[in-house]
Structure formats: structure tokens, C-alpha cells
Write a protein that binds this ligand. Structure first.
Ligand code: GLN
Length: 541
């Protein structure tokens, strides 16, 4: 029978609930247990798919095509378990299902209410699709005290009552600030946050205190006393130098032991921290560095390309180099200053994106990478822009464009429905922005003797997609005659999935998002190869 662990957050947001949940999951997994991680998000969007990365950071895509919260990326990277559609729910999804059911007469005349209808739906979600797991860790988004979180907190309170206290555990993560002026560590915000939680009927079993400095005995005692939690269950999480240290630091604080003791379970195996020790040492060790320029639209928000940043770091770990990421706002990249702006950059990456803004800057940067033989990786939108660049500057199709942002040019990139009326993949109208994309895992065949095939060491690959537009396959021979090869194609030969340049050391565009499948303990071959190419280029000059 599964045991449920609920992780809530207090005082401020962005405390690292996702990372803490993922680290705990790793530790329990390493002790021989099967875990599952879930995220319950209190906002009203049905899923984060339509949200700007500025709002909520990256949209993480699962194998089964769900557009989810970026915390699911942490879960996958730390546990290696592929997240599913059923691992992320929002208030919007719950209300949307309830309203649909109500319109269909599904409530048989009853008044539909937050309690029990919304809370029941939340509880159903928590239990859904669980079979042989020993632990289900559910992270509640937002901060205790938010109006939106209330139905979720009420639902987990009820859940614990229904399912039994001995089978459920509450962890509350709070901030314990350090006041420089008085040189003191303050426990009052934590006390208030726990008070708020207890008003709702939830008594935390473990409190994790996030702080800049180690928590002295007196402060721990105070939190234990005022928050009604045993002293040993007040644990600290001091800022780590790299996120890969988190499982080590939680183990040092005995979090996994406390959890197993609570459920009266024994460790089945000795916890193995060696991969994290190794990776932490590699990351922190001084070593040569490479500079990668990420030319995108959401460069100011750190979390906007979370999985991508991580995947590049993983590629660096694999090549024993430090990867410096320079985020460049495509909008500000003017064509006559490209050389100056990209002076210290040895690898160019154009990530996924939507809409017109910054397009021309990206195309100019790609031209620069192509002409000056700078390693280039284009992801999704980045591949589409590489195709447009080549069409304009090499094939001399001056009006080459994408129907995503131009109605008057020649659409090398467009919706499948625009040139293939029987296209099965594109579903729905573009008026509906949510859920109308090619999403999730799709197969691609890789061309023999191509660079991409060498990198993947495989004929067939499966990668995650998230896009509406496609490169028009009808142009294939024109591109290939001039040296831009369609080296990855969908099994039905209709959709270009990978492009690469002949006569260039490393120039690849992929229609999918390889970054979602890169893991620190198992770096993605495409990122490893990209970083290797950049490192080789650095060594040459
Ligand atoms: N906007 C492009 C499309 O929808 C690319 C999307 C992306 O980069 N994820 O096809």
C-alpha cells in the first residue's frame, strides 16, 4: 500500500519545494523503495501550456504529452522516472472537469460545492493511477495562506483522515531568515506559517527550514516548541553551492531516516550518494570553460529555459568543462553588430519559442554561426529559424518565412493543415491555443552516415515535442542539393525532425526538445556532443 507524503511551503514562494521533494524521492528510491512524485498547482489555468515563461518559468513536457509545471523536470532529473499526465493537476483542470460534468447533468440535481466536490476531485487525483508505489510525494504549489491553496490544503487534510495518519505525512518547508542588522536568525515567520497550517487542521510532522546559515540549537528548539514538532524533525536546508548537493545535504539532516521511522519502515538498501558526490565534485572543480550564447526571447527570467540550462550543464559534466551561459535578447541583436555581440561566444544555441519578436536577430545569429563555422544547435523554433535562414540566404528564397508570423511570404514553415489536409497530427484550430500542438513523444528515423545518427548511435529515436508548426517536407531536395540535410524524418516520411549542415563542424537543428530527457546522472548525447564540439573549437584557437 502506498504511503503519501504531502509537501507544503510557507512564508515565501520559490523556496525549493520541488527540489526538496525530488531529493527526498531520490533518497527513498535509493533505499530500495518505489516512488512517484506529483504536483498540485492552485492556479486557474487548465495547464501551464498557455502561460508565458515569464510568468511561471518553463513548461515541462512529459512523454505522454502533458504540458506541466517545471518542477516535474526536477522530479525526472533526480529520480529518472518519467513523469506522466496524471502527475500534475491545477485548479483550472479540476473546475473544468467539474463544470463539464455538471453541464452533462452528472451531479443529478445536487448543488456543486468546493467541499465535497472540488476536494473529492483533488483526492481522486492524488490516488489515481497508483499501483505498486511505496511512496507518493505530492507537492502543493503556492504558499500556505494563499486563497487559492485552500481547497488543496483542505483536501489533503481530509485525505489524511480518510487514509489514516500512519499512512500520510506532512512536510512543511519554510524560510528562516537571517537579519544582518541584529545578527539573528528569525523563527517568527515559520511560527506564523505553521499556525496558519494548523488553523486549517494540518499539523506538520516535519519542518524543513531553508536558511542562509545553519540553524542553531536554540532556534530549532523554539521552532519545535512553538510549532508542535519533535526537535529531531526540525531540519535545516542551508543554501547549497549546486543543486546536485541537495540529496547529500538532506541525507546529512537524516530526512530519509525520519520519514522511514515515521512509517515504521526499514531501509532495504544502503543509501547511495556516490553519484551525487561525484557530480558535485565535477561541477565545483575548477576546469576550462566554454561560453554558450543562448539567443532567445525570455532571457531575463532564469527559469524560462530550466531544462535547457540543466542539459547544457550535463553536457559540460560529460566533457569535463564548465559551461558559461550568456543569455542574449534576440530582439536587441542588430545584424551589423552580430560579430561584436557574439565575440566571446564559442557555441550558439537558439531555443524553443513562439511568435514574431526576435526572429530577425535569431536568423542573423544563425547566418553568423553557419558562415563562421561556430557550433550551432537549434531547438524547435531554433531549427525552424535555421531553415528560414538557409532558404533566404542560400536558396535565395528571399521571402522565406513561417506562417506563424507572416501571412505574405513563402511559407517554408507552416501548419500541416495548410499543405496536408489529411494531416493526422495537427488537431484543432489555432483559435484554441491550449492543447492544439504536437505534444509528447514521437519517433524519428535517422539517416545513415549522418552526424545525428553518430551522436545517438541509433536508427530510431523517440523525443518529446511541443510545437504547432512544421518544416514543409516538399522543400527537402532543394535544401539537400545545397548541403542542408534532413537527417531525421518522421516514420511516415512527412515531417522533418532533424536538419544538419554538411561542410560545417557541428550545425544541427531538431524539431523536438531533447533537453527534457537529459539527466545529470545520464547526460543527453546531443548536448554532450554539442559541448564537445564547442570545446574542440576552443582548443583549436
Ligand atoms: N512556435 C513554434 C511552433 O509552434 C515553435 C515552438 C517551440 O519552439 N516549442 O511550431
Amino acid at each position: 500500500m502506498a504511503r503519501y507524503i504531502f509537501v507544503t511551503g510557507g512564508v515565501v514562494s520559490s523556496l525549493g519545494k520541488g527540489l526538496s521533494s525530488a531529493s527526498l524521492a531520490y533518497l527513498l528510491q535509493s533505499r530500495g523503495y518505489k516512488v512517484r512524485l506529483r504536483k498540485l498547482d492552485p492556479y486557474l489555468n487548465v495547464d501551464p501550456g498557455t502561460m508565458s515563461p515569464f510568468q511561471h518559468g518553463e513548461v515541462f513536457v512529459t512523454d505522454d504529452g502533458a504540458e506541466t509545471d517545471l518542477d516535474l523536470g526536477h522530479y525526472e532529473r533526480f529520480t529518472g522516472i518519467a513523469a506522466k499526465q496524471s502527475d500534475n493537476i491545477t485548479t483550472g483542470r479540476i473546475y473544468s472537469d467539474i463544470i463539464t460534468k455538471e453541464r452533462q447533468g452528472g451531479y443529478q440535481g445536487k448543488t456543486v460545492q468546493v467541499i465535497p466536490h472540488v476536494t473529492d476531485r483533488i483526492k481522486d487525483f492524488i490516488k489515481k493511477d497508483i499501483s505498486s508505489e511505496d511512496f507518493v510525494i505530492c507537492e502543493i504549489g503556492g504558499t500556505v495562506g494563499d486563497i487559492e491553496s485552500l481547497p488543496f490544503l483542505e483536501a489533503i487534510r481530509q485525505f489524511s483522515n480518510d487514509y489514516g495518519k500512519k499512512n500520510t505525512l506532512f512536510i512543511h518547508l519554510t524560510l528562516v531568515p537571517y537579519m544582518k542588522a541584529s545578527d539573528e536568525i528569525k523563527t517568527k515567520p515559520t511560527q506564523h506559517s505553521v499556525k496558519e497550517l494548523r488553523t486549517i487542521g494540518i499539523q506538520p510532522d516535519i519542518i524543513i527550514c531553508r536558511s542562509e546559515q545553519s540553524l542553531p540549537h536554540d532556534q530549532r528548539k523554539k521552532i519545535s516548541l512553538f510549532c508542535n514538532v519533535p526537535y529531531e524533525n526540525v531540519i535545516e536546508t542551508v543554501d547549497v553551492k549546486t543543486i546536485y548537493e541537495a540529496p547529500i545535504s538532506f541525507n546529512k539532516e537524516k530526512l530519509d531516516k525520519i520519514v522511514l521511522n515515521y512509517f515504521k519502515l526499514k531501509s532495504k538498501k544502503n543509501v547511495d550518494l556516490s553519484p551525487w558526490r561525484k557530480i558535485t565534485n565535477t561541477v565545483l572543480k575548477t576546469k576550462p570553460s566554454v561560453n554558450i550564447g543562448i539567443i532567445g526571447k525570455y532571457v531575463n527570467l532564469k527559469d524560462a529555459y530550466k531544462s535547457l540550462d540543466e542539459a547544457l550543464v550535463h553536457g559540460g559534466i560529460d566533457n569535463n568543462v564548465k559551461v558559461n551561459l550568456t543569455r542574449i535578447e534576440a530582439d536587441r541583436l542588430s545584424s551589423n553588430e552580430i560579430k561584436k555581440n557574439l565575440k566571446n561566444i564559442s557555441g550558439i544555441l537558439i531555443p524553443g519559442g513562439f511568435g514574431k519578436r526576435g526572429t530577425e536577430g535569431k536568423i542573423d545569429a544563425i547566418e553568423f554561426a553557419r558562415n563562421f563555422k561556430i557550433p550551432f544547435l537549434g531547438i524547435c523554433y531554433g531549427m525552424q529559424m535555421a531553415v528560414i535562414e538557409f532558404a533566404r540566404n542560400v536558396l535565395k528564397i528571399k521571402k522565406a518565412t513561417s506562417s506563424e508570423f507572416s501571412k505574405s511570404g513563402e511559407n517554408i514553415i507552416g501548419l500541416m493543415s495548410e499543405w496536408n489536409k489529411s494531416g493526422k497530427i495537427y488537431k484543432g484550430s489555432v483559435k484554441e491555443l491550449g492543447g492544439t500542438m504536437r505534444l509528447g513523444l514521437y519517433e524519428a528515423k535517422l539517416l545513415e552516415n549522418s552526424l545525428i545518427r553518430k551522436i545517438y548511435k541509433s536508427k530510431i529515436i523517440k523525443e518529446r515535442h511541443r510545437h504547432r508548426y512544421e518544416v514543409n517536407i516538399d522543400y527537402k531536395s532543394r535544401f539537400e542539393n545545397r548541403g542542408l540535410i534532413f537527417s531525421g524524418i518522421s516514420p511516415d516520411n512527412k515531417l522533418p525532425e532533424v536538419i544538419e549542415l554538411k561542410n560545417h563542424p557541428w550545425f544541427i537543428g531538431v524539431q523536438f526538445h531533447p533537453e527534457f530527457k537529459s539527466r545529470p546522472l545520464n547526460p543527453h548525447p546531443l548536448f554532450s556532443s554539442f559541448i564537445k564540439a564547442v570545446k574542440t573549437k576552443n582548443e583549436k584557437y
